[in-house]
Ligand binder design. Structure first.
Ligand SMILES: Cc1cc2nc3c(=O)[nH]c(=O)nc-3n(C[C@H](O)[C@H](O)[C@H](O)COP(=O)(O)OP(=O)(O)OC[C@H]3O[C@@H](n4cnc5c(N)ncnc54)[C@H](O)[C@@H]3O)c2cc1C
Length: 450
């Protein structure tokens, strides 16, 4: 394969994945990232406390699954030991109200069957409903004749309120970041098929024990530079033009020498800005498709308690009740995940009435929720709220997502929003990066590069 000059625009996990794969295949990669750091929507954030201490946080708590094969492969490519940076545990749903469902250390499907049969705080009807749904889904090859909202599908499957509230709704919102009323049942089924419905290890929870930067971004960047490439932080790409000489990028007023090919790994809502549709009208349909995607937020509330405050396990489901002003869905004990003692992270996925509150009011509501549901008497010493308004696209039924190929074969898209059976996740982003690298190689193989 000829060594080509390839640009990757966007240093989120999709762009990093593409850059690492292309660099590993011997191409000279230049990675352009507008921010002063890599990682995009999965990045490290520094929090300086009142006493001057600095803590490395994430822009939001991220969970990986055993089924994240592409992400684990990328870590291996970049010489990151997943065992050293991820805490692997059999899947378990444990809630503050005493509900507990844990996979057993048995081969599939016994791991789940025993987990459901021995679940705590779940009435018999709910157990039967859960197993019935899984068996039905398997018998249908995990495929619906027509997509529909998750809530409607669960109703058609006569799932009782308890199993929806304790299992299906929390899993759907956590996986698709979209409320059950509007989330795609087919994508939810795809996730169930490849996690709970697959081998025992596929449903394992992989909880990061280092900041997100230590999982992929730092190691990918090191690989790119070690292979002779370049990582240019703080460099915003403002335009892209393909002609007979290659693909030229404009960066904040400057023009880069032409590249042989480009991976565009920007968030979907920014794709349209790259192309001058007057001179490149063939990109209009793609720009419109990207613009048509809708977004869902994720909010993380970090609360620093005295060091003695801790949870019984690294993560716990909270009881959400809009009526009572309880918006928190999950709470994580960062001390059990390599962070400072006393630091908790409360996650609120998808849209909801919490968006109407200011940060201070939301933090106070979450603090009160923990006081009531976890019985905390200790005072919070500091709070930080991080709201990502465009955390993921809204994963609704029959969504048509952009393909990775574009009208110019030398320009390929990568990102969690591109065509995939899965919702917007790290795994989708990383997989799209690998696929983009392969498409670029296919194009380069049919064009002579000197
Ligand atoms: C709070 C939160 C929690 C999440 N939790 C989970 C989870 O638990 N599990 C999971 O699997 N997924 C989770 N996700 C989803 C996951 O983080 C995303 O799917 C993934 O990070 C998307 O990566 P990406 O590379 O496709 O896009 P992005 O991360 O958006 O990357 C795009 C990059 O392009 C850069 N850029 C933008 N414009 C330009 C420009 N003009 N020039 C150059 N660079 C530019 C951006 O700065 C960014 O770095 C979560 C997301 C959020 C926000």
């Amino acid at each position: 394969m000829t060594r080509a000059r390839v640009a990757v625009v966007g240093g989120g996990w999709a762009g990093l994945s593409a850059a690492a794969r292309l660099a590993d295949r011997g191409h000279t990669v230049t990675l352009f990232e507008a921010a002063r750091q890599l990682g995009g929507r999965a990045r490290e954030v520094t929090w300086t406390l009142a006493d001057g201490r600095s803590i490395a946080l994430d822009n939001g708590q991220h969970i990986l699954l055993g089924a994240y094969r592409e992400t684990l492969d990328l870590m291996a490519l970049c010489s990151v030991s997943s065992a050293a940076v991820l805490l692997r545990e059999p899947v378990r749903l444990e809630a503050v109200d005493g509900f507990s469902l844990k996979a057993w250390r048995l081969p599939a499907p016994w791991h789940l069957l025993m987990g459901v049969l021995c679940a705590r705080g779940l009435e018999l009807r709910a157990r039967v409903d859960m197993l019935r749904l899984m068996l039905w889904a398997r018998s249908q090859g995990w495929t619906l004749a027509a997509d529909r909202p998750v809530a409607r599908w669960l109703g058609e499957q006569r799932q009782c309120e308890a199993i929806v509230a304790k299992v299906w709704a929390p899993l759907c919102v956590a996986a698709l970041n979209t409320p059950v009323e509007i989330a795609s049942a087919q994508v939810f089924l795809n996730v169930l098929r490849d996690s709970l419905g697959a081998g025992r290890h596929a449903s394992d929870l992989l909880l990061p024990c280092v900041s997100l930067d230590g999982l992929i971004p730092a190691a990918c960047a090191a690989l790119v530079t070690a292979k002779g490439g370049e990582v240019r932080l703080g460099t915003r790409v403002t335009g892209l033009v393909g002609d007979g000489n290659g693909v030229t990028l404009a960066t904040d007023g400057a023009r880069e020498p032409a590249f042989d090919a480009v991976v565009v790994a920007l968030p979907a809502h920014q794709i349209g800005n790259l192309f001058d549709l007057a001179t490149a009208p063939e990109f209009a349909a793609l720009a419109a498709q990207c613009r048509a995607l809708r977004w869902q937020p994720i909010t993380t509330v970090y609360l620093a308690y005295p060091a003695a405050v801790r949870l019984a396990q690294p993560m716990l489901a909270l009881t959400e009740s809009v009526r009572q002003g309880w918006f928190g869905q999950w709470v994580f004990d960062k001390a059990q995940l390599g962070g400072p003692a006393g630091l908790l992270a409360v996650v609120i996925s998808a849209q909801g009435p919490h968006q109407d509150l200011g940060q201070e009011a939301l933090a106070a509501a979450v603090e009160e929720q923990l006081r009531i549901q976890l019985g905390f008497a200790a005072q919070v010493q500091a709070v930080r709220v991080i709201s990502e308004k465009r955390a993921t696209f809204a994963c609704v039924p029959d969504l048509v997502r952009p393909a990775q190929r574009t009208p110019d074969a030398r320009v390929v898209l990568a990102g969690d929003y591109t065509q995939s059976a899965y919702p917007a996740t790290l795994e989708t982003a990383v997989a799209s990066g690998r696929a983009a690298a392969e498409l670029i190689e296919g194009t380069l193989a049919t064009h002579v590069i000197t």
